[in-house]
Design a protein around this ligand. Structure first.
Ligand SMILES: Nc1ncnc2c1ncn2[C@@H]1O[C@H](COP(=O)(O)OP(=O)(O)OP(=O)(O)O)[C@@H](O)[C@H]1O
Ligand SMILES: [Mg+2]
Length: 370
């Protein structure tokens, strides 16, 4: 899979941009704050319809402009496609997605059109921080290989919003309609079961690849493993178990004002030689684990979809030592890759097929091929 053209309009600090990336390795270098991450964010926007940054959609609109547009022309195994995402904060339908110039009715229809993996220094948080980053990592990966998973996530979140509204109402008023609560719990249980089943499946594959990748990068026999920690332990009857858990937790949930069990609270547990990494890992082990998780994500996306995702490496080269950098470079030869860095010497120029300089003038980004 590859991007043949990228076009932006009023996206972050880009007034207007049109570029044709190379099918191999593309390097974007430039000073801090010039617009390198913004460029990768725009690609991600066309892949998952949202930013990889934890940020409000409205922030992607260039200051003082009415809308932002990011669009890509891609070539995948099904042929050529054009994907465009437009964000217009003042319109009723703020986000519009067009595939081949036709507005799509459902967000899920864009999943899997442009598959990408993004790797940035913040990914160290996958190991060190709370479970939400790890769930996001899983959700973004699985949504790109399984549209049904993305739909289940949407349905589950919608059901939970409704259940939480009833719960908060009960907390405030002291009473409420239990049959409505029960109905919302039932609508959440089926999609929740899909989410849990798919996560279990992918994590099993991921763990196997990550163990091998970790040993290769670190040149040790340390065993890095990933496992799923869920409120549901049963193999079968997941939806029924969840319905029971929702029911059993109602009192606590009403007291706290939110739904306290379900896949939105599950975690991906990372261990090294059976010790939880979050508590025991050294800085170097954390870096190796984060890199292994990303390389495994690339492999899973490739193996399960049958084609290579586009790889976005945001400022990670300077963070990696020579060995880890060589490992990463060694893996990317099959993938169309966008690498950003402040200093172009951070990347071995022999491996780069096309190089671009990003600079900013009067707050606007300019990209020039070198
Ligand atoms: N909505 C927006 N409108 C205009 N400019 C914006 C908007 N959002 C961000 N910017 C500008 O974009 C620039 C940051 O761009 P970006 O994060 O891509 O930089 P970078 O090149 O990746 O820098 P670094 O090397 O420090 O990571 C900042 O100057 C910021 O002010
Ligand atoms: Mg950046």
């Amino acid at each position: 899979m590859q991007i043949e053209a990228l076009r932006l309009k009023n996206f972050r600090n880009y007034k207007e941009l049109a570029l044709s990336p190379h099918p191999g390795v593309n390097l974007f270098f430039g000073r801090n704050g010039s617009g390198k991450t913004n460029l990768l964010e725009a690609v991600h926007y066309c892949s998952l319809g949202r930013s990889h940054r934890i940020s409000n959609d409205a922030n992607v609109v260039k200051n003082g402009e009415a809308f932002a547009l990011s669009s890509v022309s891609i070539q995948n195994m099904l042929g050529k496609r054009e994907i465009a995402v437009r964000f217009h904060p003042d319109e009723v339908q703020k986000k519009t997605i067009l595939i081949d110039q036709k507005k799509i009715a459902k967000f899920s229809d864009m999943m899997g059109c442009l598959r990408c993996v993004i790797f940035s220094p913040e990914d160290l948080g996958l190991i060190k921080e709370g479970p939400s980053l790890r769930r996001r990592y899983l959700d973004m990966m699985i949504s790109q290989i399984n549209k049904g998973y993305f739909i289940a996530l949407q349905q589950y979140r919608a059901g939970m919003d409704q259940r939480n509204a009833v719960i908060r109402n009960m907390k405030t008023n002291g009473t409420g309609n239990l049959s409505i609560l029960s109905a919302f719990e039932e609508t959440m249980a089926e999609p929740a079961a899909v989410i849990i089943r798919e996560r279990r499946k992918v994590i099993a594959l991921l763990s196997e690849i990550a163990t091998e990748t970790y040993q290769r990068i670190s040149d040790t026999d340390e065993v890095f493993k990933l496992s799923y920690h869920s409120s549901v332990k049963e193999e079968n009857g997941i939806a029924e178990t969840l319905c029971r858990l929702f029911r059993e937790n109602r009192e606590d949930d009403i007291r706290m004002g939110f739904t306290s069990v379900g896949p939105h609270r599950d975690d991906l547990i990372l261990t090294l030689n059976r010790n939880q990494m979050k508590q025991f890992a050294s800085q170097g082990q954390i870096r190796t684990a984060a890199l292994s998780m990303k390389l495994s994500q690339m492999r899973i996306l490739k193996d399960l979809s049958g084609e290579e995702p586009v790889l976005l490496l945001d400022d990670v080269m300077s963070e990696l030592d020579r060995k880890r950098r060589a490992c990463l470079i060694g893996e990317i030869s099959d993938f169309q890759t966008f690498i950003t860095c402040a200093d172009r010497d951070d990347v071995d120029c022999d491996k780069v097929d096309r190089m671009w300089q990003v600079s900013a003038e009067d707050g606007e980004a300019i990209v020039e091929e070198i």
